[in-house]
Design a protein around this ligand. Sequence first.
Ligand SMILES: Nc1ncnc2c1ncn2[C@@H]1O[C@H](COP(=O)(O)OP(=O)(O)OP(=O)(O)O)[C@@H](O)[C@H]1O
Ligand SMILES: [Mg+2]
Length: 333
Amino acid sequence: MITNIQSELKDTLLEIIDLNKYFSIRSNIIDILRFKTPKKIKVIDNINLKLCKGEILVVAGESGSGKTTLAKLIMRSIQSDSGKIIFDDRDITNIKGKELLKLRSGIQMIFQDPYSSLDPRMKIFDIIKEPLEVHKKKISKKELIDCVNFALKKVNLDPDEVSSKYPHMLSGGQRQRVSFARALVIKPTLIIADEPVSMLDVSIRFQILDLMKKLKDEENVSFLYITHDLSTSQYVGDNIIIIYRGQIIEQGNIHEVLSHPLHPYTKALISAIPQFNDFQEIKIKNEIESSSNCGCKFLNKCLYSSEECKNSEPTLIEANRSHFIRCYNYESI
Ligand SMILES: Nc1ncnc2c1ncn2[C@@H]1O[C@H](COP(=O)(O)OP(=O)(O)OP(=O)(O)O)[C@@H](O)[C@H]1O
Ligand SMILES: [Mg+2]
């Protein structure tokens, strides 16, 4: 099991143990007629992680690496094939019905697109009060108004100004604040924010990231912040995991990983960011990803691979304290 300094000092809120998820690739008509079993691809590959109370854990990786799938597995909107998800000391891997509904008041999700994630026919007040009606059935009308106003103020929106508006009357940044208020209103301990700023103007991005920091400090909310933008991740994150094809390839304290990346993939991602351009440029090969079952998943793209990388898959090892890496040759790159 992977631990780091922070998780030794703080309480663990979320722990994922050996999590795996496969998706079936839809068969063509001939395969169906021949009763051929559909092919499966492993989208989440033996993921282990810990997120502590009051921590912002960044999950970064290229498109299709499995970030959203990981979020859906934690939210339990899809079921894992194996592994365990422990939230607040409870095994939530297989919970159903009322227990699952209760879990959703502890974990909330914010989506990438603030334009489609809010119901255009509902006023802002009704959008924010909805989770309260679902999760807190005995709440009085006065309490309900107070909770909605509190959530709106927390995200720096004026209740008198926005409550009676519809989503189309707000800017993108204001809409994303409404998404945060909606998540916040039932006082979750964990918010999974899946690319919450990628559709927003650069000037507004930092306002939303500041909001995440504020909620972490004032409300002790933990965040799983999913992004492919490493340049903003350092601004809010405490720890980071880098995912490549469903596998954690590097993990650790965010400042340590971004200032001393060890995996060639992380190095290539970082050297492509203008703010980090004092890094030596690391290139990756423009090849199709390896479909082999043995060996490193990054093999075909790596310029530094050795015989060992072809024959067996590297495991995640601790290179330095609180810095983990999945690469045989990281010391020589
Ligand atoms: N329901 C599904 N059925 C089959 N394959 C799926 C399904 N959902 C996701 N996938 C596949 O799983 C892989 C991971 O998808 P996922 O959406 O988790 O990636 P991501 O890292 O969030 O990408 P992005 O940065 O583009 O949002 C992709 O190859 C995708 O095609
Ligand atoms: Mg995604």
